[in-house]
Design a protein. Structure first.
Lengths: 286, 250
């Protein structure tokens, strides 16, 4: 058979090649990051690292671990995500159920988009200014609030987009039974986007737990595990930063171990939310 | 006896007039079928009867719709009560994102109807039986409704609508997305249900209109051209435009 190389075939080849290249870039970067963190961090990732707080001389290469930062990060990102979630759900439902495509709704959407694009250091600075004005110290609570602000637009806009593509008939089916907008929002719309919500929460959690700049001034850093919302809290990204900044190679290596721990946490939540999303997706109407 | 009276109803979508001065009495416990070419306002007329036009931004309605002699557009009327009284079957079934059981129970729960009389289980069974779906789903009531076939989903939507105890059932081409056996199944149900309900259907299928209709309304370009007992309008239309439509000329 004669091989035809028409313009359409060349086009097809061209885009296939492009696809291949982008696939390669994505997988290679991920593999590169994972390998660096594993090769440098795994050898020093001992049980001590994840079960002990820094002991005296830890930052000089002596005993201890980063349990303070692990717990701190989980508290900060967990609390921030929870707070962002309970604030964004009413916003999103309000936007879609009552405000719809009004000027006001589009203004809220624009504001959320701008918030999404704002660098996290700005959130940190904003939180810090506010704390100074109120005379507050760096604390777990302040960190959680700033992270919630950082994560809020992610959850709100992701879910907003999901709700906007729900067919109008689904809502109408509920209205036709005499349901109010509120009942429809809770029982039908929210239920329909539940799997997407799980993914949005994961995205937000991922951004929150990986962010250093916003918690630097607001949550502070401490070698202790916080016991109240008013205590300062350590976090993994800052643990990585501080340890990389020391002149001691063995401490720098532990920075990679801390980064590995952070990566594993994000990976686990990612897998967890996938399972959750497919479980919650059972009822979603296609 | 008249169940729904439409009085000088005009409906506009922004500046497009979709209904022009409709005057119509829809008889109780009969199947009224609305026919007419695409875009003539059938859906609009149907949606004026359960206040669904309220949902479309930019609609303007004048005139009135009375159910049992009471205006559904009067100030202070609770829209949710109107919609509870007037069920609607859409062209394509949209099960709610929940189990088969919960789809039927949904309306009972929001209207707090499940606490009185028989229990929720019995009510769900009753309405699924009325819709002719019970035997097919009784062993899997708790699977997601989305797993049913489209024909079964439409019967589920019927059961769900019946569960809130409406007096009137509206159907906007409720069989057009279904395969012929499923469509016939729905038709059989509707014929059985007219003993207890006033049914208003829109259809494009003349044969279906002949099978189901007791009363026929013919619409053309937003106007109601002719209405009357099915036999009369379908066999012996008085208006030239009706005759042209029935013979496939428009
Ligand atoms: N949301 C809307 N906005 C603007 N115009 C609309 C809207 N819905 C319907 N119309 C117009 O109103 C007229 C009547 O529409 P309607 O949907 O009632 O017709 P129909 O008889 O149901 O048609 P079909 O048989 O195709 O379903 C049409 O000209 C249509 O273009
Ligand atoms: Mg229509």
């Amino acid at each position: 058979m004669r091989k035809r190389l028409s313009r359409r075939h060349i086009e097809e080849m061209f885009f296939l090649t492009l696809m291949g290249i982008s696939l390669l870039i994505v997988t290679a970067s991920l593999a590169g990051i994972l390998l660096t963190v594993i090769i440098k961090g795994a050898p020093v990732l001992t049980l001590d690292m994840i079960t002990k707080t820094p002991q005296g001389g830890y930052y000089l290469g002596k005993e201890g671990g980063v349990l303070n930062a692990i717990i701190g990060s989980l508290y900060l990102a967990g609390g921030g995500t929870f707070l962002a979630l309970i604030v964004s759900i009413p916003i999103v439902l309000g936007l879609n159920v009552y405000a719809r495509n009004t000027r006001w709704a589009n203004f809220v959407r624009l504001s959320l988009d701008l918030m999404w694009g704002t660098p996290s250091i700005v959130y940190g600075a904003f939180g810090f200014t506010l704390m100074l004005a109120l005379g507050l110290r760096a604390s777990l609570l302040a960190g959680i609030i700033v992270l919630a602000l950082l994560e809020l637009p992610i959850i709100a806009r992701a879910v907003d987009e999901l709700i906007r593509v729900i067919p109008a008939e689904l809502e109408e089916s509920s209205f036709a039974l005499g349901a109010t907008r509120f009942e429809t929002a809770l029982a039908v719309i929210l239920r329909q986007v539940l799997p997407g919500l799980a993914t949005a929460i994961l995205l937000a959690f991922g951004r929150g737990i990986g962010d250093a700049a916003s918690v630097l001034f607001t949550a502070g850093y401490t070698d202790r595990i916080p016991t109240s919302l008013m205590d300062p809290a350590a976090s993994l990204p800052l643990a990585v930063f501080f340890q990389l900044n020391t002149p001691f190679p063995e401490v720098q290596q532990r920075a990679y171990a801390a980064a590995l721990i952070l990566t594993i946490i994000v990976l686990l939540t990612s897998l967890g939310s996938r399972c959750l999303a497919s479980y919650l997706g059972r009822y979603t109407v296609k | 006896m008249t169940h729904i009276s439409i009085r000088n109803l005009n409906a506009h979508y922004r500046d497009h007039q979709a209904l022009k001065d409709i005057v119509l009495d829809i008889p109780r416990n009969q199947i009224t079928v609305i026919i007419g070419p695409s875009g003539c306002g059938k859906t609009t007329l149907l949606k004026s009867m359960n206040r669904f036009l309220d949902l479309v931004v930019g609609t303007h309605i004048s005139g009135d719709v009375l159910i049992d002699g009471e205006s559904i557009y009067a100030p202070g009327v609770d829209v949710t009560e109107v919609r509870k009284k007037v069920g609607l079957l859409l062209q394509r079934p949209f099960p709610l994102p929940m189990s088969i059981y919960d789809n039927v129970a949904y309306g009972l729960r929001i209207h707090n109807m499940h606490k009185r009389g028989r229990g929720l289980d019995a009510a769900v069974q009753h309405y699924l039986e009325m819709a002719g779906l019970w035997d097919e789903v009784k062993d899997r009531l708790h699977v997601p409704a989305g797993r049913l076939s489209v024909g079964q989903q439409q019967r589920l939507c019927l059961a769900r609508g019946l569960a809130v105890e409406p007096e009137i059932l509206l159907g906007d081409e409720p069989t057009s997305a279904l395969d012929p056996p499923s469509a016939l199944h729905i038709e059989k149900r509707l014929l059985a249900l007219k003993e207890q309900y006033t049914i208003v259907l829109v259809t494009h299928i003349l044969r279906q209109a002949k099978r189901l209709a007791d009363y026929v309304v013919f619409m053309y370009l937003g106007e109601m051209v002719e209405h009357g007992p099915a036999q009369q309008v379908l066999e012996n239309p008085q208006q030239e435009r009706t005759r042209a439509y029935l013979e496939g000329e428009i």
